[in-house]
Write a protein that binds this ligand. Structure first.
Ligand code: PMP
Length: 415
């Protein structure tokens, strides 16, 4: 067989078999080009030690973390850790089974109860990740002949859920209420309709006008699913998300969320008041055909969720961090994803991928980790340095971060 890749033509194996990896050649070349310039791999960073929710050791150096989803800083909460340790000792390291067979432990019921109380809803169903929650709920409720109307900037897990369910998928321009209404009006009479929105869009950190959008969706007879992955724990008086903040949570049929952000562990969920919701446990394939979360994970999640109900002070501090960083970066002349801070995500728009990668590396050398986001994950082909704040960042850390941005921005010629 040929061993060396030949970029000009798809690699051929003996017998004329085509290498299925040839479709990745362009990406491989782009990545190799970037690394050949001697720069660090932005997608290969290793956290050698994690000292707190806001500091880790990377490349042997203490680094401030400004690119995690640890919004509420729950990962090192002593009660959360204790709960996980106790469950690990009492229930073992894993369930080795599906929720519908041997994989439902007391802890899974307890975390679902905590979610029902957190959201004030009747039903909660826990999945092994947030990705699977979207995949499962969307593909199960919207099938062949149904219509899904969704924001074009929706998360990959939402798109994948649409594809798996085989419904007609009708995207509309990001946060455009009129465009959404137009799409809804064109749907044939009598068809099932699902509108999918997110509370906070994670690339630019902007919030959806849920109040208006949900009113339009309702008026057009659609059911509504809102992914509140990036707002849970932080936005809204009780941290229930953007729908709570805008006073429309009661009009949402399904809230999707994750344990991998504010909750500080891993897992996904859907909460709902739909009277038939429990049937999902039997018909939703990404729930049925996978192993349930380990007991230690659900115990940490339940403890964290209960603490997030009482986290008003932390929410306040996180808002103050968000405002401070937004102002600091704006004053320095950086182009930001939103005019005002709308969430815990502050996105800094880079002129192009090369400059973005150089800035990312300069920040890492300063001792700051942010997310480098690039197409196809980003809207409008933008390269972004995504900063996500934590309630455990101190005011001094935010000042330090702004100083690091200033030096790196000048060194790379971005400001
Ligand atoms: N929805 C949104 C909006 C997300 O941003 C993410 C993850 N970044 C998910 C769902 C998936 O969550 P998880 O990490 O739990 O799979």
């Amino acid at each position: 067989t040929e061993a060396v890749s030949q970029p000009d033509r798809p690699q051929q194996f003996e017998g004329g078999e085509r290498d299925l990896f040839s479709k990745f050649d362009e990406l491989i070349q782009m990545r190799e080009g970037l690394l050949a310039s001697g720069m660090e791999d932005p997608f290969g960073l290793v956290m050698e030690r994690v000292l707190s929710p806001t500091v880790a050791v990377c490349n042997g150096r203490e680094t401030i973390l400004l690119g995690t989803y640890n919004y509420m800083g729950m990962t090192f909460d002593p009660e959360v850790i204790d709960a996980g340790r106790t469950a690990l000792t009492d229930f073992g390291s894993g369930t080795t089974g599906s929720r519908v067979l041997n994989g439902t432990y007391q802890g899974h019921k307890e975390v679902e109860q905590a979610l029902c109380e957190f959201y004030g809803m009747d039903h909660a169903m826990v999945f092994s990740t947030g990705y699977q929650a979207n995949l499962g709920i969307i593909s199960t409720i919207a099938g062949k002949g149904d219509y899904i109307v969704l924001d074009i900037d929706s998360h990959a897990s939402i798109w994948d859920g649409c594809k798996m369910g085989d419904a007609e998928v009708v995207p509309f321009r990001h946060n455009d209420i009129e465009a959404m209404e137009k799409r809804l009006r064109r749907i044939p009479e009598g068809a099932g309709k699902l509108v999918i929105l997110e509370g906070v869009y994670s690339m630019l950190g902007d919030v959806a006008p849920l109040k208006e959008m949900i009113a339009v969706a309702r008026a057009n007879g659609a059911m509504i699913l809102v992914d509140e992955a990036h707002s849970m724990g932080f936005i809204g008086p009780n941290g229930r998300g953007v729908a709570e903040e805008q006073g429309v949570l009661d009009d949402v049929d399904f809230v999707i969320g994750t344990f991998s952000k504010s909750v500080g562990t891993v897992g996904g969920f859907c909460v709902s008041n739909h009277p038939k919701f429990e049937i999902m446990r039997l018909v939703c394939r990404p729930y049925v055909f996978t192993a349930s979360l380990p007991p230690s994970v659900v115990a940490t999640a339940a403890t964290s969720i209960r603490k997030l109900m009482e986290a008003g002070d932390k929410r306040e501090h996180l808002w103050s961090n968000s405002r401070k960083l937004h102002k600091g970066l704006k004053d320095l002349g950086f182009r930001l994803g939103t005019d005002e801070p709308q969430s815990a995500i502050i996105s800094v728009i880079m002129p192009d991928l090369e400059k973005g990668a150089a800035m990312w590396e300069a920040l890492l050398h300063e001792g700051l980790y942010v997310n480098l986001a690039r197409p196809p994950a980003t809207p409008a082909n933008m390269t972004l340095l995504r900063c996500s704040l934590c309630a455990e960042h101190s005011e001094e850390q935010v000042d330090t971060i702004v100083g690091m941005f200033e030096r790196a921005g000048r060194a790379t010629g971005i400001i």
